[in-house]
Ligand binder design. Structure first.
Ligand SMILES: Cc1cc2nc3c(=O)[nH]c(=O)nc-3n(C[C@H](O)[C@H](O)[C@H](O)COP(=O)(O)OP(=O)(O)OC[C@H]3O[C@@H](n4cnc5c(N)ncnc54)[C@H](O)[C@@H]3O)c2cc1C
Length: 489
């Protein structure tokens, strides 16, 4: 029997897992996909919000403002890049000027530090590419940018290093109360008995809660589409540029990424399917129009990819965090839509408090290590560091991804680290191989080769993102199977 089972390996589940790994507990995290950060945590705006947007008194407001300052320490411990670049909400009309005042007031009520409204001249000095018709902006210096999947992977690795068992390809299909104080969690291959279950299943948290016989609520998927631009234009803006928000979203923004690109998006449209992440022509048109209001001169011929993420919108319009009143030991962490990434560290703290109230005893481990071993990033090293690394291991001297300068050594590390990569996308999220201008056109075959060699499996078994997404099919498959003898017809 284990102490805690966490369902879901998104940023929330992994943050909770890392927090629990400080204590003498047996914790298991179950993730249905072949990697952590495979749900909403891999496709969002990647902003650690300052906290002026959520309604005062909500969990969203409280946990966003509490979570924001925790990022510096977490990211430094985990060797994850985080840049506190600040954000600007730009007003273009007199009516929007009033919205800035409202946001400032709301921010003050929420306890956000450093907020101020700046005038047009100050704004254009800070951001020369912003629409010259702008009138003013709300400046929030504490907002930051991060890579959400890098953070999630780092949290999972560190939790694993500290004893949490992370089981991938483990979809929870049933939860039963065995007796008072014991729950059985079922996947297609095993049943795990546990005292506590944390439901951090993102878009599917409503289904998991229902499955356990706990409180019922509804999660609706709300899509946000994006366009990502080449690094050549990464400094088109220096800060996160928002329009004034609507009732349902923070609007279509223009934002740099920690890796040196910039993106526009997201729009905000309810969809029916929880896996509908298709980018549509209408969606692209909508985000271009929206972003051009803020930055009129967008280099639209330098878009390198598009993607979409799904917000888990709950029918309470707030995070749903709490112990079930119906099923002892079952804790909901559902409806974690934006600002869920920003709030994640504070959500984890809150969940630990709930577990304590529910009777879990938390004894600290003596050997807990909050630091994740360094991840080598060849592209960020100077020549001396590079030479030293290649001397230790020549695999760091073989560049596999030319766009992002990712070496074979880094790809091997990504496969061998705790919660190691098993698919092309998992390598991409850990190393950036395939994230550049050519989007994997050149390096994918080499990455397949390395994955196949390191995992000791046939290249035919290598997937893009788990079972069913095998890459080598048709004639290529035939070519490999026959050892290169293929009918030329
Ligand atoms: C368009 C968009 C923009 C956003 N921008 C921001 C932002 O800038 N800043 C911010 O703070 N927040 C933002 N958010 C919100 C943020 O991304 C989410 O709050 C956060 O990622 C939620 O994390 P999670 O762990 O709850 O969910 P997820 O990342 O979805 O993780 C849930 C996991 O549970 C797994 N799972 C589901 N069912 C099962 C099952 N039966 N068994 C096992 N595993 C299961 C899933 O595969 C998934 O990996 C944005 C969201 C979207 C969609």
């Amino acid at each position: 029997m284990v102490d805690v089972v966490i369902i879901g390996g998104g940023v929330v589940g992994c943050m909770i897992a890392r927090e629990l790994s400080r204590y003498q507990l047996k914790t298991v995290l179950l993730e249905k996909e072949d990697d952590v950060a495979s749900g909403t945590s891999k496709a969002n705006s990647a902003i650690v919000h300052a906290g002026y947007d959520p309604k005062p008194g909500t969990l969203k407001a409280k946990l966003n403002v509490r979570g924001n300052p925790l990022f510096d320490k977490i990211c430094s411990e985990l060797d994850v890049p985080f840049k506190r670049i600040g954000s600007l909400v730009v007003s273009l009309t007199e009516e929007e000027d009033r919205v800035l005042e409202e946001l400032l007031e709301r921010g003050k009520k929420n306890g956000v530090p450093g907020l101020k409204i700046i005038n047009r001249e100050e704004l254009l000095k800070m951001e020369p590419n912003v629409n010259k018709k702008a009138r003013a902006a709300l400046y929030a210096p504490t907002a930051g940018i991060i890579c959400p999947y890098e953070l999630t992977i780092a949290l999972a690795e560190n939790a694993c290093q500290n004893g949490v068992e992370i089981k991938l390809n483990s979809k929870v299909v049933g939860i039963k109360v065995v007796n008072n104080g014991e729950l059985a969690v079922m996947t297609p291959t095993e049943t795990i008995h546990t005292r506590y279950v944390i439901n951090a299943a993102g878009l599917y948290a409503d289904e998991i809660s229902k499955m356990a016989g706990a409180e019922e609520y509804r999660i609706t998927p709300r899509k946000g589409e994006y366009l990502l631009f080449d690094k050549r234009f990464g400094n088109i803006v220096n800060r996160i540029i928002f329009p004034t928000p609507s009732k349902i979203s923070k609007g279509i923004l223009v934002c740099p990424t920690v890796d040196g690109n910039f993106f526009i998006g997201p729009n905000s449209n309810d969809v029916t399917e929880k896996d509908d992440v298709a980018v549509t022509p209408e969606g692209i048109e909508e985000i271009i129009k929206g972003a051009q209001k803020l930055v009129p001169e967008l280099p639209l011929n330098h878009v390198i990819t598009s993607f979409a993420g799904l917000r888990a919108v709950s029918d309470t319009d707030d995070f749903i965090i709490g112990a079930s009143k119906k099923v002892r030991g079952f804790i909901n962490v559902g409806g974690i839509q934006s600002p869920g990434l920003s709030a994640a560290p504070a959500i984890a703290e809150m969940v630990l408090e709930i577990l304590k109230e529910e009777g879990l005893s938390l004894k600290e481990k003596r050997d807990y290590n909050p630091e994740r071993p360094r991840v080598y990033k060849f592209r960020q090293m100077n020549n001396e560091e590079r030479r030293e690394l290649i001397r230790k291991n020549p695999a760091y001297g073989r560049v596999i991804c030319r766009c992002e300068t990712v070496t074979e050594g880094e790809i091997i590390d990504a496969i061998r680290r705790p919660v190691g990569a098993r698919s092309l996308d998992a390598v991409k999220r850990r190393t950036r191989a395939g994230m550049g201008r050519c989007q994997g056109g050149f390096c994918s075959p080499r990455v397949i080769e390395i994955l196949s060699r390191e995992l000791g499996i046939s290249p035919l078994e290598i997937t893009k993102c788990g079972c069913g997404s095998e890459i080598l099919k048709g004639r290529t498959k035939e070519f490999i199977e026959t050892g290169g003898v293929v009918d030329a017809k």
